[in-house]
Design a protein around this ligand. Structure first.
Ligand SMILES: [Zn+2]
Length: 448
């Protein structure tokens, strides 16, 4: 069995990567500030003989580590940014490490590290067998603001890939047989005229009024958008004090839909509402486009391959102590009281993608999935009922529950990347054929 050497490598080396994931969890940094994790991973890969290129697309923390020669070229996508305000100890009660500090509530400490683990495992195998082909680890920053990979895509770094593989920590062991929504992140800055709000209100033009009028307009739009559309906003600038008519105000919108084209249509209407709001009370408006990622295109051929390799990997098993942690953490979750096998699934499942099935949520992996066939899985890294971006998620992703899920994902990606390197059963052609069919002749064009 040719894959046994890879599985053996995992048994002997996984502790190194538990340490790396723990280290990144201990040093969380938000989007575009992830220097700690980026440097840690770059150095580890250099030590393993990978060639590292950094500052990809002008982004300081973006890098690519490569090993091997010639075709095929297989990419593994990693992420490492944390979320603001989600600091939490690795305990089952809500308790910040540092009040107000960031935390790994989306498990990107695991996400990136599994990728590093996978490419190093595969490198050893390629060296041993003298295999031709290239493997790359993509250190992708700023997934949480949905544009790190878009900047990298604009630099063309995914263009020569034959396939890409990735994963995300969740509470299930299965391929991601669903599409994640396309999403635009955009700010509307209104500018009015300041005045004393009591002495001369008639002289003022309130930028905050325009923001409120705009939000009312968008809330009326809700009835007239496709099902599944998501429109959410926060007011990031609402003026300085009630007794000064606000000269400036800003509202920040996320708009999501099942495809980029659909979101473009919604965005067009929202921009008109902003213009209408400004006209109503004589202010001015400017928009600032921050991110616009594609919906993800699932790939059944790659997902099924990953499913079989997940089955071939070392199965998940938990100690008594880990189960007690999960039981205690679940006390604050909707899944409280469920039996352990339902709280912490070890089983592995696969269902083919049903076009039109879209998950409310977005990822800049969408952009890569429009450039090259992309396979993705999730593994159990937190108890069922844990919401990503919550303190319970941060807690779980800093324990053995998270690390065990991470090793399962790493092993799945290493074994699958091996099959892609040797092009087992013409898997590359099958994945490409499916990719072309789903893309339906449309070319990738970066949204920002
Ligand atoms: Zn995430």
């Amino acid at each position: 069995m040719s894959k046994e050497t890879i599985l053996k490598w995992f048994k002997e080396n996984k502790q190194t990567y538990t340490k790396m994931a723990q280290d990144i969890w201990d040093n969380p940094q938000i989007a575009y500030e992830e220097k700690y994790a980026s440097e840690l991973q770059q150095n580890a890969l250099k030590e393993q003989g990978f060639t590292v290129k950094n500052q990809i697309g002008g982004v300081e923390t973006a890098f690519i580590a490569e090993f091997g020669q010639g075709k095929p070229i297989i990419g593994i996508l990693g992420e490492f940014d944390a979320l603001p305000g989600l600091s939490q100890t690795a305990t089952p009660i809500k308790e910040e490490v540092t009040v107000g500090a960031p935390g790994h509530g989306c498990g990107h400490n695991l996400l990136g590290t599994a990728g590093v683990e996978a490419v190093v495992a595969l490198k050893e195998k390629m060296e041993r067998d003298g295999l031709r082909g290239t493997i790359r680890y993509y250190g992708c920053p700023a997934e949480e603001v949905l544009n790190g990979k878009t900047h990298m895509a604009k630099a063309g770094v995914f263009d020569d890939l034959d396939s890409a593989l990735t994963w995300h920590p969740m509470s299930k062991n299965a391929p991601m047989s669903f599409s994640m929504q396309s999403m635009v992140s955009i700010k509307f800055h209104f500018k009015g005229k300041p005045a004393h709000a009591a002495a001369s209100p008639e002289a003022g033009r309130s930028a905050l009024d325009s923001v409120e009028l705009m939000n009312i307009g968008v809330n009326y739009l809700r009835e007239h958008v496709p099902d599944g559309t998501r429109m959410h906003y926060t007011i990031t600038d609402g003026g300085l004090a009630p007794n000064i008519v606000p000269e400036s105000a800003t509202v920040w919108y996320f708009l999501r839909g099942s495809s980029k084209e659909e979101v473009e249509g919604i965005l067009h209407r929202v921009k008109n509402i902003a213009k209408g709001a400004a006209l109503m009370n004589e202010t001015e408006v400017e928009s600032e486009l921050l991110a616009f990622c594609y919906e993800t295109l699932p790939n059944d051929a790659l997902n099924e391959l990953m499913y079989h390799n997940m089955l071939d990997s070392e199965p998940l098993q938990y100690t008594e102590e880990e189960q007690i942690f999960v039981e205690n953490l679940a006390k604050s979750l909707p899944s409280a009281g469920k039996p352990m096998e339902e709280l912490l699934p070890t089983s592995i499942s696969f269902e083919p993608y049903q076009p039109g099935v879209s998950m409310p949520g977005s990822s800049d992996v969408g952009d890569v999935s429009w450039i090259t066939p992309t396979g993705a899985v999730t593994t159990t890294c937190a108890p069922v009922g844990t919401a990503l971006h919550s303190w319970q998620a941060t807690a779980s992703f800093g324990t053995e529950i998270g690390y065990k899920g991470m090793h399962l994902a790493a092993s799945t990606m290493a074994l699958s990347a091996y099959d892609l390197i040797i092009n087992k059963d013409n898997i590359l052609e099958k994945a490409k054929e499916e990719f072309d069919k789903l893309r339906d002749g449309k070319e990738y064009q970066a949204g920002i």
